[in-house]
Design a protein around this ligand. Structure first.
Ligand SMILES: Nc1nc2c(c(=O)[nH]1)N[C@H]1C(S)=C(S)[C@@H](COP(=O)(O)OP(=O)(O)OC[C@H]3O[C@@H](n4cnc5c(=O)[nH]c(N)nc54)[C@H](O)[C@@H]3O)O[C@H]1N2
Ligand SMILES: Nc1nc2c(c(=O)[nH]1)N[C@H]1C(S)=C(S)[C@@H](COP(=O)(O)OP(=O)(O)OC[C@H]3O[C@@H](n4cnc5c(=O)[nH]c(N)nc54)[C@H](O)[C@@H]3O)O[C@H]1N2
Ligand SMILES: [Mo]
Length: 765
């Protein structure tokens, strides 16, 4: 289709305001209100009885894994309620009674739908029929499953080379689906396997791989219970990993201390009312953070350096602050780090961090004689230009304290999507793993490509430059999740065919290639039946434990298909019966997929999964204190530069964060209860002194602009909300602000977009 025939679709959607209401932020998380809110949402979407029955099965040994975050289940889940408010919302969102099929798309064109907000799009309900959007058309129309598979196969066969196809994965897929998908791409001849991890914890993977030899965390859930100190940096567990608060509560009850490092004083880190105990309903709850360090955005390195400098000064006197035996035996680079620390001026570090010296001294005093230390983190550390170095600096702290590879200590990158870690373990990665390639050759019988594929950022560019023709997505909402929405939209529209294997409608179904397919799939909570028998699949949680998941609900419609089956059918349509992999059979028999996963992916063993209901841990060298894969066979203490931002006088540093009522680009509702914002998302949180300085009043309307490489990007119409945030720092919600994030600015080496440190200006309307 030439450009003047392009559909008139909007990548921005509605920018209208609703009637906003502001209240004081709530300091305690969960409690009675949390339960009420969760159930209200779920009941509305699913009906009361269906909700209650399903919630009882969530995160239970014979039930299904919560589709929300990747926080692990305890060894002995509470039999009545092993879920949180946002898990219940995720369930309601997936298992909603609202469905959309052929009639809906006949009535509504993609052009009309694209004018709505992301919130409105999601509300329409579950996708229940395969649909095709033909070239030049603005209405999706029904297509049979077989025809869709053949359409995909025929478009793939037209490519000049397999690298013109890109296969994106979001982290909600099962291990089985992700494995088949990754192997299909490789069998085709490409490693073009970007995934949501690239925008998420890729910086953690790179930093941990370099320093400790494995891109995953080292702690188990039980480690948290008796840790002496847990640092929580750049993470908002009250909203994004609410069940983590129960683990923190246990830690506190055992005498542990919690330190929060965050520009914002997030509710869950102030106080937690655990709805599983009576105290959580009627009492004052558990106070969480003993120390809150309100660091400036992206100034964690100066903060940690100052803490290390102060610890080093104490250690120089007593020699018992750092664990010298551990350092000697297991690490590389101690002397270099200590001498590097000397070159920094403490006053400068203090100023950059934005934290008061008292609080830093309190932190140092607390850490000085403790060794059971855990660092938890999420997007506040990873989504910066120096995201990798941020994490390496925290690893330095753990290594100096000997708090690695021992009980109750270590690294805890808190993963996002419920199976984002599993997807990577079974082969969703754009880079080449030579050992895996050998095993693929040996066990699957085909030769995988030896050249690296594209990650998210490189995919965006490949599409924009017209180098990619087929773009397939196993879940997710690539358009809204990726940076630089307009650039990404143009890229997607350059493709000949875009394919979405999805549960819910989102903007990536509307801004499409010339031809587009929607392939509706079964969700986590639903039964996956074959020949009258239910099938299960497996997932891996944030702490490397693999377990079964089996849905209990009747699928949204008989016309939808499971993810592994969809992929297997595509494989069969492309390769036919005559291929090293038996695609037809793999789609029918997940045991066969698991046998192949055991052969190809490291540490998987399906017999273990069955013998233990709670699942089993994948191998983790850090837990064994084995660093043999690293230089000198040791963990690496590293030297990390200070962040370098040259803000102009009228510029602020913006972080794009999640509200309490969303899961990534899925907007459940318009309230951010904990931060006291109701019925609105187009808001920008600003320090009242900063507001005064430029004459802004509460709820003034501003455009947010960012200027990178002479390109000005604009996010229109946001209301200013006065908030307790450090001077010069701003916060606003993603995905609305992704239009501001330049596609070509990302973390060094991990290439994670700089979604948490965008230089912006505010223009009053
Ligand atoms: N309910 C719900 N649960 C979710 C999700 C969801 O959207 N909704 N998303 C899932 C996914 S995919 C992920 S990755 C996780 C995300 O989990 P989080 O990382 O907790 O999510 P964000 O809202 O991005 O919050 C980042 C936090 O870092 C802080 N921060 C920002 N910049 C900095 C900085 O420079 N330094 C420090 N120290 N702190 C900073 C912010 O104030 C905020 O508290 O949650 C997962 N779970
Ligand atoms: N500015 C900014 N941008 C960000 C971030 C940020 O903090 N700031 N965070 C980044 C992070 S951490 C992440 S992980 C990405 C998220 O990026 P994605 O994973 O691409 O986005 P999601 O919003 O999680 O995807 C939601 C869609 O997934 C589909 N879906 C839901 N469940 C299933 C299922 O079971 N199967 C299938 N096949 N489909 C399903 C539904 O259609 C739904 O609309 O966004 C990133 N983008
Ligand atoms: Mo994420």
């Amino acid at each position: 289709m030439d450009s003047n025939m392009q559909r008139k679709v909007s990548f921005r959607g509605s920018e209208d305001f609703h009637e906003i209401e502001l209240k004081a932020p709530i300091t305690h998380a969960a409690g009675y209100l949390g339960v009420r809110e969760a159930l209200k949402h779920t009941f509305k979407e699913m009906g009361v009885l269906r909700s209650m029955r399903t919630l009882l099965s969530m995160n239970q040994k014979d039930g299904f894994d919560c589709p929300s975050c990747a926080w692990p289940d305890p060894e002995h889940p509470s039999p009545i309620a092993e879920y949180c408010e946002n898990g219940a919302k995720a369930l309601g969102d997936e298992a909603t009674n609202n469905h959309i099929g052929a009639n809906f798309f006949q009535k509504n064109s993609v052009e009309e739908l694209s004018l709505l907000s992301d919130y409105d799009l999601n509300k329409f309900g579950r996708l229940v029929e395969p649909m095709v959007l033909k070239p030049g058309s603005v209405h999706y129309e029904p297509i049979s499953w077989q025809e869709s598979f053949e359409l995909i196969a025929s478009e793939l066969k037209k490519l000049n080379n397999p690298d013109e196809a890109i296969f994106y994965t979001s982290g909600r897929s099962s291990n089985e689906a992700a494995f088949l998908y990754g192997m299909f791409a490789r069998a085709l001849g490409t490693n073009n396997l970007p995934d949501c991890s690239n925008m998420c914890h890729e910086s953690s993977g790179v930093a941990l791989g370099e320093t400790l030899g494995i891109g995953k965390g080292s702690t188990t859930l039980e480690d948290l219970y008796e840790a002496e100190v847990i640092l929580i940096a750049g993470q908002n567990p009250g909203t994004n990993h609410p069940r983590m608060l129960s683990a923190l509560e246990k830690c506190k009850q055992n005498g542990g201390k919690v330190i929060s490092i965050n520009p914002l004083e997030e509710s869950g880190l102030v106080n937690f009312k655990n709805p599983q105990h009576i105290k959580g309903w009627i009492g004052g709850g558990e106070d969480m953070a003993d120390i809150h360090l309100p660091v400036n955005i992206n100034q964690d390195i100066p903060l940690v350096k100052l803490i290390l400098k102060k610890l080093a000064a104490l250690d120089a006197q007593s020699r018992d602050v750092f664990d010298h035996n551990f350092i000697e035996k297991y690490t590389n680079g101690y002397d270099a780090l200590i001498s590097d620390l000397e070159q920094y001026d403490s006053e400068e570090l203090l100023k950059q961090s934005g934290v008061s010296e008292n609080k830093i001294d309190e932190t140092v005093a607390l850490l000085a004689n403790k060794s059971k230390i855990i660092v938890c983190w999420a997007m506040g550390l990873t989504q910066h230009k120096n995201g990798v170095e941020n994490i390496r600096e925290f690893v330095n702290l753990l290594l100096l304290k000997g708090a690695i590879g021992k009980p109750n200590s270590g690294t805890c990158p808190v993963r996002g999507h419920s199976n984002v870690q599993g997807d990577r373990s079974v082969g969703i990665q754009h880079f080449v793993d030579k050992e895996m390639n050998e095993r693929i050759k040996k066990y699957l019988g085909f030769t995988p490509p030896k050249h690296e594929g594209v990650d998210v950022v490189a995919s965006m560019k490949a599409m924009y430059d017209g180098k990619a023709k087929v773009f397939m997505c196993l879940g997710g909402n690539f358009l809204m999740a990726a940076s630089d929405t307009e650039y990404t939209a143009k890229g997607i529209q350059n493709c000949d065919l875009t394919v979405q294997i999805s549960t819910k409608l989102n903007r990536t179904h509307l801004i499409t290639g010339k031809t587009a397919l929607i392939l509706p799939t079964i969700g986590r909570s639903e039964k996956d039946m074959k020949d009258g028998k239910p099938r299960h699949f497996t997932v891996e949680n944030s702490m490397g434990r693999v377990k079964q998941s089996k849905g209990i609900l009747k699928p949204a419609a008989e016309t939808i298909m499971s993810e592994p089956e969809i992929i297997a059918n595509i494989g069969h349509a492309y390769f036919g019966d005559d291929h090293a992999m038996d695609w037809k059979l793999l789609g029918e028999d997940y045991e066969l997929i698991r046998t192949q996963i055991d052969q190809v992916a490291k540490g998987f063993d399906k017999t273990k999964e069955r013998s233990k209901g709670a699942g089993y841990y994948l191998p983790n060298n850090v837990r064994e204190l084995d660093f043999s894969m690293l230089p000198n066979g040791k963990a690496q203490i590293t030297i990390n530069r200070l962040p370098d931002h040259d803000l102009e006088k009228d510029e602020y540093m913006l972080m794009t964060i999640r509200s309490h009522d969303q899961f990534n680009t899925t907007i459940y509702g318009l309230d951010d209860r904990y931060r006291g914002v109701y019925n609105a998302r187009r808001v920008i949180f600003m320090n009242p002194e900063d507001m005064n300085a430029v004459g802004f009043k509460k709820l003034d309307v501003v455009d947010i602009t960012s200027t990178y490489d002479d390109t000005v990007r604009v996010a229109h119409k946001f209301k200013v909300v006065p908030y307790n945030i450090p001077l010069g720092n701003l916060a606003s919600y993603f995905p609305e602000t992704n239009v501001l994030v330049p596609y070509n600015h990302f973390a060094e080496r991990s290439k994670t977009p700089i979604s948490k440190s965008i230089k912006v200006r505010l223009v009053k309307k």
